[in-house]
Write a protein that binds this ligand. Structure first.
Ligand SMILES: [Zn+2]
Length: 140
């Protein structure tokens, strides 16, 4: 193949290819910066104390009610938690109904000695289907 020249008969091919490379590099660079900026803008999750992982797409197949309960648990504001209920109702204590430890918060659900599991609080994001089963979340 003959040497390509910017000025010979191949000039359009060369400029086109070169232009596409610059365009692709620019797009890639803009994308990388936008993704980085977005990740840095995420506030740490209150339950995890860090930026949360992405929610697994499997959650889209789950019922609205269960998704709502998962979302409440991710925020720490859930009727399932006595840490939350005790703030609304003076007669409820912030203790686990199973092992009586305190606080009965989202973290405790995954660390309760009465309900051992390999799941962790971040499983609320990464394995919502397994968490729903483990916590016996229901549609009712
Ligand atoms: Zn417990």
């Amino acid at each position: 193949m003959a040497k390509l020249s910017l000025f010979g008969p191949d000039k359009y091919y060369v400029w086109h290819t070169f232009g596409n490379l610059i365009y692709k590099e620019a797009i890639k660079s803009i994308h990388t910066k936008a993704v980085g900026d977005t990740i840095n803008s995420y506030k740490p999750n209150k339950v995890l104390g860090t930026a949360p992982p992405k929610i697994n797409k499997v959650e889209k197949t789950m019922s609205r009610r269960i998704r709502s309960q998962l979302s409440q648990l991710r925020s720490g504001y859930s009727n399932i938690l006595n840490s939350f209920r005790s703030k609304l109702d003076a007669e409820t204590t912030n203790n686990c109904p199973e092992c009586h430890a305190t606080p009965h918060d989202t973290i405790h659900l995954f660390e309760c000695p009465a309900n051992p599991t390999h799941l962790t609080p971040s499983s609320l994001w990464t394995e919502p289907d397994l968490v729903a089963k483990f916590l016996k979340l229901d549609n009712g």
